[in-house]
Design a protein around this ligand. Sequence first.
Ligand SMILES: [Zn+2]
Ligand SMILES: [Zn+2]
Length: 245
Amino acid sequence: MTTDSETLHCPTHGESQATYICEHLADNAAQRWHCDYPSQDNPSPDAWCDRCNAEFLKQGAWNEANQGRINIKLFCLSCYERRKGESISYMDAASGKQWEAFVSGCCEELTKKNEHLWQRLSLTSYKRWDWSQDTAELVFSNDDVPGVIARIAFVGSFSTKSETWLWAWANFNLVEAIREPAIAVRDYGEQKDFLPLTIPKWSATQEDGWHMAAVAARILGAEGAYRTPSDYGFTFMVLHDVRTV
Ligand SMILES: [Zn+2]
Ligand SMILES: [Zn+2]
């Protein structure tokens, strides 16, 4: 397979970067995807299924000996992301149950943490909030006077336009300092086989945004979480070192 940034024309999405997945994932995306995590240089790493992975493992790479054993389909980046998002439904029953229990435990915990934080620092008394990627801080203020400052790590964003969740670790529009803490959440998902934590972008509701913020608050040991509106949805972040100034 090639990772050259070739382009293609998608009938739905128009001109786009070409992405490569095996024919089996193209037919049925709801199965395990073997591929690297997206990076700034390669937002859509080549992907293949379990069956093709058995061929891959025989050689440890795609080469002349096994390349003929995989049939590749080309998709545009949006079609690739949508298909990859569909693989979220591939979680076995046991992991699914553990996941639900984990999320609900994290949500209960976050509710308590946020209640405590808001009471302790009277956060509802501030008229304004501002965050900055450069300082990685969220500032609550009144009439230009800062009152409370928190260190922030982005969790992800919910788009009301596409109704999708996008993890901060896969959002390369963010600066590294604010994007990278969420990698620990992904690592946890990898360990536990919790697919929603390891798939970059998936079909979601606004509530899912709070759920992922709660999960991130637990894993990152945050004091609370916050949500701010953006042009097309909401940005979710966790708060550390929350203090009055
Ligand atoms: Zn395959
Ligand atoms: Zn497309």
